[in-house]
Design a protein around this ligand. Structure first.
Ligand code: GTP
Ligand code: GTP
Ligand code: MG
Ligand code: MG
Lengths: 292, 277
């Protein structure tokens, strides 16, 4: 990993006495490799390296007895800084329900995360209704229904013929009437390049004015994470991101890249298949994970 | 201006960026660029189209010797569909079953995901849509026992292909890898030559972690091929180049959409064209 690699590099650099800018450039090459290996977007890496090399040529590093450690510190704090901005708490509605829409690509974990979020809020004393607004995927509403039952949270599935927008509109009326604290909407997977399905989401948002539109992203997503997030953000002005499947060994550079490019915060992370496997996002922990 | 005689540094940087953005990965990208530099004396300075053609040729050469065919040399044929969570295993299993059925073979889909909510219902609906029979048992049952009973049935009936859909799992979960190993042993015991194919489904939008997935599944289970799902997305799936050149696992199938007909046989030529598209 980068930390042990740097220990080796800087050990032999220390023997030379003072560091010079060329040594820093060599360290930056290794940082670039580590970030690319972690699926940080190519153009984001370029920008990060530019910022880091400036800081690394300062005298804290050049005159330090442990320059390797100093550089690692700079990298970590730079990555943490990128992921720290924005409101990482949920935006609440002044009157119930607070409406949260979950959107994202196929298979990233929306349905599971919808139930996880309901459970998380329940633990905090809030009531939720889950909405199965995916009439396309075979057995999608049954899937959410079963998850809801496991945690004793009601699931609205609407009529069989309802379009996703219709289902969501009726669910809002019911949630307002029953005064649920939260209305959590599970939508179907889609491609960001499918104009029809992206328009469906835009219409849905227009109809129910959610307090949060959270983009669910698989932590193992590669270089396209930036384009995916950009498109969802342009069409829906998303309010945040949930990064899933962080219980794997995926480094999660997609999360950093998305933060950097669209400036929306990561609000939660998925760390397993169980309904309690949802936790808050900690930028510093993520930075260490990405560096490896 | 023109370093390296044939290719400018600017062009090399552009090539590097394009390959990395396609998830080819930094190591494989460096190897491809080194190969390009080796043959740059053939390049007319400034001829960018020529560079592109040479790049396509280099990548094609890496991929061309893969075995892209499914092993149907021995019937009944048993195919295991494995992979991490949400990549497209269940839909791929259904697509593959329809392909064989359309070719006139008798197919049995096996629902061995007894864990995830609605997994069996999902596959039942897809099997019905594909017009293929489904073998299923109780939720919560040991998946190995489902495989055992399914393959015992295959031995009794005149079934040509059994396609076993498995539950998603993280390759980092030791117990779930062991569970797959146990299922594989059941296949070996019950049917001659089984499993004839162990197809690892990868999501085309996945980055470098796909390599780690492939390595772990290969080391623990012997993987015969990849099925690259969701290639209809904007991702290029470039990681499969490294997976073939370093792990020896070829792509055999490509998933291109939610419909049951959205399954293609891997073509290195088409893949290379799309990579540089
Ligand atoms: N290991 C792990 N698996 C997860 C996590 N979140 C979801 N999953 C699994 O990922 C798979 C896909 O989850 P779903 O919730 O069905 O994904 P989805 O986004 O709703 O899928 P579509 O509706 O088809 O787009 C399932 O097997 C889930 O159990 C996580 O944080 N870790
Ligand atoms: N666009 C597109 N979607 C696909 C493709 N393959 C699968 N999907 C979708 O991806 C989602 C997940 O597919 P599944 O077949 O449930 O994935 P899985 O690997 O079986 O998931 P788990 O069993 O939960 O691990 C579904 O919404 C599928 O329709 C593909 O080639 N293209
Ligand atoms: Mg879903
Ligand atoms: Mg499945």
């Amino acid at each position: 990993n980068l930390t042990s690699k740097f220990q080796v590099i800087f050990k032999k650099l220390r023997r030379k006495g003072r560091l010079n800018p060329k040594d820093i450039q060599e360290a930056c090459r290794d940082i670039k490799l580590a970030l690319l290996q972690a699926d940080v977007n190519f153009r984001v890496v370029k920008e990060i390296i530019a910022n880091i090399s400036k800081k690394a040529e300062g005298k804290e590093v050049m005159q330090s007895l442990t320059p390797g450690q100093q550089v690692i510190k700079i990298v970590k704090s730079e990555l943490t800084r990128i992921m720290e901005g924005g409101e990482s708490d949920l935006n609440l509605s002044p009157f119930p329900p607070t409406i949260i829409m979950l959107v994202g690509l196929y298979g990233c974990g929306k349905t599971t995360t919808c139930a996880k979020l309901g459970y998380y809020l329940k633990q905090k004393g809030h009531s939720s209704m889950l909405v199965a607004a995916d009439p396309y995927r075979p057995a999608a509403s049954e899937q959410l229904k079963i998850l809801g039952k496991r945690i004793d949270i009601p699931v609205y599935t609407g009529s069989e013929e309802g379009s996703p927008v219709d289902i969501v509109k009726s669910s809002k009326i019911l949630a307002e009437k029953e005064m649920y604290d939260f209305l959590l909407i599970d939508t179907s997977g889609r491609l960001h390049i499918d104009e029809g399905l992206m328009e469906e989401l835009r219409l849905m948002k227009e109809e129910i004015s959610p307090n949060e539109v959270l983009l669910v992203v698989d932590a193992m997503t590669g270089q396209e994470a930036v384009n995916i997030a950009k498109t969802f953000n342009e069409k829906l002005d998303i309010s945040g991101v949930i990064l899933t499947k962080l219980d794997s060994d995926a480094r999660g550079g997609a999360g950093l890249s998305i933060n950097m490019v669209i400036g929306k915060p990561i609000k939660f992370v998925g760390v397993g298949e169980g309904l309690s496997d949802l936790s808050r996002f900690y930028p510093e922990r993520m930075a260490s994970r990405i560096i490896g | 201006i023109f370093v390296n005689k044939g290719i400018s540094q600017r062009l090399i940087s552009e090539v590097e960026e394009r390959l990395i953005l396609a998830d080819v990965g930094i190591d494989t990208t460096s190897k491809i660029i080194d190969r390009l530099k080796d043959i740059q004396h053939k390049i007319t300075p400034g001829n960018e189209q020529q560079v592109l053609d040479l790049l396509k040729h280099i990548v094609y050469e890496i991929l061309r010797d893969g075995n892209f065919h499914l092993n149907l040399s021995q019937l009944p044929c048993v195919i295991m569909i494995i992979g991490v969570n949400g990549v497209g295993k269940t839909l791929t299993a259904a697509k593959l079953s329809k392909r064989f059925k359309d070719q006139g073979m008798s197919v049995l889909l096996v629902a061995s995901d007894t864990f995830r909510a609605s997994a069996i219902t999902q596959l039942s609906l897809l099997a019905e849509r594909a017009g293929v029979p489904l073998f299923k048992q109780k939720e919560g049952q040991d998946p190995s026992s489902v495989v055992y009973d399914a393959l015992s049935l295959v031995n009794k009936r005149d079934i040509d292909v059994a396609i076993i859909d498995t539950s998603g799992r993280s390759h980092t979960n030791f117990n779930l890898i062991k569970e797959l190993q146990k299922m594989r042993k059941v296949c070996e015991r019950l049917i001659d030559g089984a499993p004839h194919e162990v197809l690892l489904v990868l999501d085309a939008t996945t980055g470098q972690n796909a390599f780690s997935q492939a390595k772990v599944f290969r080391d623990n289970l012997k993987v015969t091929g990849l099925s690259l799902a969701k290639l209809d997305s904007s991702s290029k799936g470039g990681i499969v180049i490294a997976i073939f050149s370093e792990l020896g696992i070829p792509v055999k199938l490509v998933g291109v959409g939610e419909g049951l007909d959205g399954l293609l046989t891997f073509s290195p030529r088409q893949f290379v064209e799309a990579l540089f598209d």
